[in-house]
Design a protein. Structure first.
Length: 274
């Protein structure tokens, strides 16, 4: 079913249930502005968005036809089409972050004797982690717009800013050979608090049947608490890794699926064959 027919039918089903747009928003956790634009036929929603609305309205998905047809390619405008591949950026960030953590642990344990030019390589590694992290978090900044979630938007911005400060501190600490223990304690507390608030935003938005959001939020809470205790900060790195994997999966669900379909269509490849 194409727009504007789809939007019209959603409006008919909603009114048939005696439900206002605000009540529909509460049931499916979609921005009220998005609901308004869908009903007005201004945007073509992604399959996941349609399914969430139909579940809230208790409508059989078969009534709108194939949700994976070309008509459901996505609601991302051209200027934000890069979000289709935000999950790939997240994977790149995770790889760099794991490498960075290994190097930092070796430095913290007092290991020396690295190769010539290590200082420059270390600074470039930190810069790479920051760039990938910033682009990855930008996807959640946009997701916060979609969900109308101010807490997620603020914590996403603060996470990027604090990470930038910490990356700079790491590079300067290595170059100047200064003591780092007190800085790590403060960093653990700040990072833990920000991740805890970031995770809460997912738990608040999760619907009862949205297992991914619940798992993501729970892993984030465990990460935040672990870092805030300071003592369990190192074990907390495991929770952080699992949390970031869940974030990558969530970004793929929200933005990336349509990107894969779009790439296959552009190159005339059958997704099922590949």
């Amino acid at each position: 079913m194409k727009q504007p027919q789809l939007g019209h039918m959603i409006q008919v089903w909603r009114k048939g249930k005696g439900m206002t747009q605000e009540e529909l928003v509460e049931r499916c956790n979609i921005n009220v502005r998005t609901i308004q634009r869908i009903e007005a036929g201004e945007v073509t929603p992604r399959p996941y968005t349609v399914k969430a609305i139909l579940e809230a309205l208790e409508v059989d998905p078969s009534e709108v036809g194939n949700l994976h047809s070309e008509d459901m390619e996505g609601e991302l405008p051209i200027e934000t089409s890069w979000l289709r591949y935000a999950y790939a950026v997240g994977i790149g960030y995770l790889i760099l972050a794991i490498l960075e953590s290994g190097v930092d642990i070796r430095l913290f344990m007092g290991e020396s004797g690295f190769w010539d030019g290590f200082a420059l390589w270390y600074a470039l590694l930190k810069m790479g982690v920051l760039i990938f992290f910033a682009f990855f978090m930008a996807a959640f900044f946009k997701l916060a717009d979609r969900w109308n979630d101010r807490l997620m938007k603020v914590t996403t911005f603060l996470l990027v800013c604090s990470t930038g400060v910490f990356m700079l501190e790491d590079a300067l600490t290595y170059w100047l050979e200064t003591e780092v223990v007190s800085g790590l304690i403060l960093r653990s507390l700040v990072t833990g608090l920000l991740y805890l608030l970031f995770a809460i935003s997912f738990i608040q938005r999760a619907r009862p049947n949205d297992v991914l959001c619940v798992i993501t939020g729970s892993l984030g809470v465990l990460t935040g608490i672990s870092f805030m205790t300071v003592v369990f900060a190192l074990p907390g790195l495991l929770f952080l890794t699992l949390f970031e994997v869940a974030l990558i999966v969530l970004v793929y669900r929200e933005f990336g699926g349509s990107g894969i379909v779009h790439w296959h269509r552009k190159n005339k490849i059958d997704p099922q064959v590949s």
